[in-house]
Design a protein around this ligand. Structure first.
Ligand code: PLP
Length: 378
């Protein structure tokens, strides 16, 4: 005999204080309790509605298209690079964290000519250095930047980078994975040809879809660029334009979850409403953790309200495995650090959570460091 499942099986789930996947709303979870035929008009209409809403959020109009792609966010990044940077092009990758390094790795693997400029993980890319590099190397066709570098949580200055790239007459791709929907980014601005993001970060959907907001002119010129079939953004775009259908099995439930999550996003007041809640979460987190003696990795003026990196306490009583495990027992899942040089851990501000959950998490941190006998959290 199988037991009847509880009506809300998720009420005991820990809160996810990570860069994603995140805690989602009951409504978004509930929207996935149906099955859809992938070639049925109801699902075709749902896909179109989702793409339209994403286009609006990007501040884009008819000159742009939203092309969704099955998979995690990296699939969308790889699809955008492979499709929008032509085979004879050259990418300049701006690196100040793991996601910039991943972009360079993608260029290596798919065989796109590339170069990189690197900064320390607590330092934003410098537009003057980018301009000088573009002046020195006329072969560079595209610059690829990360908006919020989730490795540290730093906010990179896309408008200033875009001005440097436009001044040199080159094109720009932006990985806005961890900021799309919460922080303003004018995706239609010149010279941006593509903005890559996914369902399961600030949009508060579930994982399984990445998407690219792409300039139609760039998509149009991109036939035959992609090194493979599944991540060919041009082909996916053409198929969707013609039939409204995904080329291959779509993540139907993920689309339904995102459709609902986007309605909730709109009801919250769009990007400014969502951003305000995350900014309040971030203030409560940083203030609460500092009151316990923890030190943030970034200066406040560089910190995006997405995820906060803290130095690991040097107190010998502190043990990250125990810290993580006890916080999970108390209902909160945090995230290890990913900085190249410095021992750290991260706590996210995003997902279907408010200051109430953040304050409860900080109280749990206080409980656990007391249990461990940590005297100094710096
Ligand atoms: C999350 C994230 C990605 C994509 O990661 P996936 O694990 O593939 O979803 C890419 N870039 C940034 C900046 C991110 O935060």
């Amino acid at each position: 005999m199988t037991a009847k499942p509880p009506a809300t099986p998720w009420t005991e789930d820990p809160i996810l204080l990570t860069p994603g996947p995140l805690t989602t709303s009951p409504g978004t979870k509930g929207a996935m309790l149906h099955d859809w035929g992938s070639r049925d008009p109801a699902f075709i209409e749902m896909t179109a509605r989702v793409c339209r809403r994403l286009l609006d959020l990007a501040g884009a109009g008819d000159a742009h298209a939203v092309v969704p792609i099955q998979g995690s966010g990296t699939f969308a990044v790889e699809a955008a690079i492979g499709t929008l940077v032509p085979r004879g092009g050259k990418a300049l990758v701006l690196i100040n964290g793991e996601y910039g390094r991943r972009i360079r790795h993608i260029c290596e693997i798919i065989g796109r000519d590339h170069d990189a400029l690197e900064w320390p993980e607590d330092t934003p890319p410098a537009p003057a250095e980018i301009a000088a590099k573009l002046e020195a190397d006329g072969a560079i066709s595209h610059v690829i930047a990360v908006h919020c570098e989730t490795t540290s949580g730093i906010l990179n200055p896309i408008p200033a980078i875009a001005r440097a790239v436009a001044g040199a007459g080159r094109r720009l791709l932006v990985d806005a994975m961890s900021s799309f929907g919460a922080l303003d980014l004018d995706c239609a601005a010149e010279p941006i040809d593509g903005v890559m993001a996914s369902a399961n970060k600030c949009l508060e959907g579930v994982p399984g879809i990445g998407f690219v907001v792409a300039r139609r002119r760039a998509l149009d010129a991109a036939a035959g660029n992609a090194p493979g079939l599944s991540l060919d953004l041009h082909d996916q775009w053409r198929a969707m334009e013609q039939s409204g259908q995904w080329r291959f099995t779509p993540p139907t439930h993920v689309v339904a979850g995102l459709d609902h999550a986007l309605a909730e996003h709109e009801a919250e007041g769009g990007i400014s409403g969502r951003g305000d809640r995350y900014r309040a979460n971030c203030r409560a987190l940083v203030g609460g953790m500092r009151a316990l003696g923890f030190k943030t990795y970034l200066a406040d003026d560089l910190q995006a309200p997405i995820i906060v990196t803290f130095h690991l306490p040097t107190d010998p009583s502190f043990d990250f495995e125990i810290f993580y495990g006890r916080l999970k027992d108390l209902g909160f899942i945090i995230y290890p650090g990913k900085l190249a040089a410095i021992p750290s851990f991260r706590i996210g501000c995003i997902g279907h959570i408010t200051e109430t959950e953040i304050k409860a998490a900080v109280a749990a941190v206080a409980t656990v460091i007391n249990e461990m006998g940590v005297k100094d959290c710096g």
